[in-house]
Design a protein around this ligand. Structure first.
Ligand code: ATP
Length: 375
């Protein structure tokens, strides 16, 4: 169950300040140094070095089982790492000789089911994190927090009267009123339908920016990570694959896994000839590698250029599907076992054309060493 825990002993609340507003002095850096976690006889996390500067939003991204929630739990103190150190505000909260329990870390937690207390009104839910304040001040701060998320009028209602989006707003208010130094959110939007999810993502970013909170948000959705995070940390099998801005991860993925996490790709073999990588769809990109070097090419579906009359190689259209703003083509190309997938604008190719030419848009192609496509 999610609760909001705060280090009430260390900090005094300023009840006169806007609770989700002006006072921004509380955010702290969160840092993992060579963190490892073994459980059930196996390594869940290994060698995690990661920093979230104060006031930034970091998204932890990765497939199911990659260790995202474990890292979040380690940051909160619910779980204890077996190697390395965790620092908040530059001070150890967990390491070989020190372990600060969750309530002493000044972190706020928000989970995917929001975990509001069903028997408490919204006001009381939000007040829960403010127990160190005098009762009157608790109410005042909680009302102001609900006002900020647009739910002041529902203060006396109970959680089951609310829609998913409204519950998310209350959970957000409850997590932020105690002014946690770091806010940890585990898949906070996954229980919402897609339209509401979009709305709540924007609203959440707005509130986090406004409060200048440090936040670490777990998600398995690459687009969500790109929309939310100042930086994204991509995990695979308990290891950090790449950390950077959305643009860096999208434009300069370090390996085939990172490239395929951000968009669908065709994986093609290639080799270097006369200063260029050449594959079954022709020339891919310039290359400083020596002739004969074998490489793997990740080619986004948008990076397959398709034309009725010009291109590097011939292809046959096996099928064409209308998928909204683009058409998805499956193409047979000589020398390639599996169909090449291409995403084109409907006007780029007249209907009924089956024999086409294809070539590679180098902007949408990534070249990796060797046959496995690692960095
Ligand atoms: N205390 C534990 N004991 C044993 N195994 C654990 C423990 N904590 C986590 N695991 C295992 O570690 C792996 C990573 O789990 P974790 O929940 O961190 O992944 P995740 O990336 O958040 O996945 P998901 O997106 O599915 O929630 C899983 O296989 C999980 O079963």
């Amino acid at each position: 169950m999610a609760t909001v825990r705060t280090d009430t002993a260390e900090r005094q609340h300023d009840t006169t300040a806007a609770p989700l507003g002006a006072d921004a002095g509380f955010a702290a850096d969160l840092e993992f140094r060579d963190v490892g976690f073994r459980a059930g006889g196996r390594a869940i996390l290994s060698g995690i070095d990661l920093q979230v500067p104060a006031g930034q939003i970091l998204c932890l991204l990765g497939p199911s089982g990659s260790g995202k929630s474990s890292l979040l739990r380690i940051a909160s103190g619910i779980e204890r790492q077996t190697e390395g150190r965790v620092l908040i505000g530059g001070r150890d909260v967990a390491g070989p000789d020190r372990f600060v329990p969750p309530e002493g870390r000044g972190v706020g937690l928000m989970f995917q089911d929001f975990a509001l207390f069903p028997h408490m009104s919204l006001i009381d839910n939000v007040r829960y994190g403010l127990r160190s304040l005098p009762k009157g001040a608790q109410r005042e701060v909680a009302v102001a927090a609900l006002r900020r998320v647009g739910l002041e009028r529902l203060g006396e209602s109970f959680p089951h009267h609310l829609s998913g989006g409204e519950q998310q707003r209350v959970a957000m208010a409850r997590a932020l009123v105690p002014r946690p130094r770091v806010l940890l959110m585990d898949e906070p939007f996954s229980g919402l339908d897609s339209r509401l999810r979009d709305e709540m993502r924007s609203e959440t970013v707005a509130i986090l920016r406004e409060t200048r909170a440090t936040a670490m948000i777990v998600t398995h959705d690459a687009e969500e990570a790109m929309r939310l995070g100042d930086r994204i940390a991509l995990l695979r099998d308990g290891r950090l694959v790449q950390c950077g801005s959305a643009r860096e991860l999208y434009r300069r993925p370090v390996d085939l896994f990172a490239a395929s996490f951000f968009s669908e790709i065709n994986v093609l073999p290639g080799s270097v000839k006369a200063g260029a990588v050449v594959g079954p769809l022709g020339r891919v990109a310039d290359s400083p590698r020596s002739d004969g070097t074998e490489v793997t090419v990740g080619l986004r579906l948008e990076g397959v250029r398709v034309s009725p009359d010009e291109g590097s190689v011939r292809a046959r259209v096996l099928s064409r599907q209308f998928v909204g703003r683009s058409d998805l083509l499956f193409l047979a190309v000589e020398g390639v076992d599996r169909p090449i997938r291409a995403r084109i604008r409907p006007n780029d190719l007249p209907d009924g054309v089956h024999e086409v030419f294809v070539s590679v848009d180098p902007q949408e192609a990534f070249v990796f060493e060797g046959k496995s496509g690692s960095a």
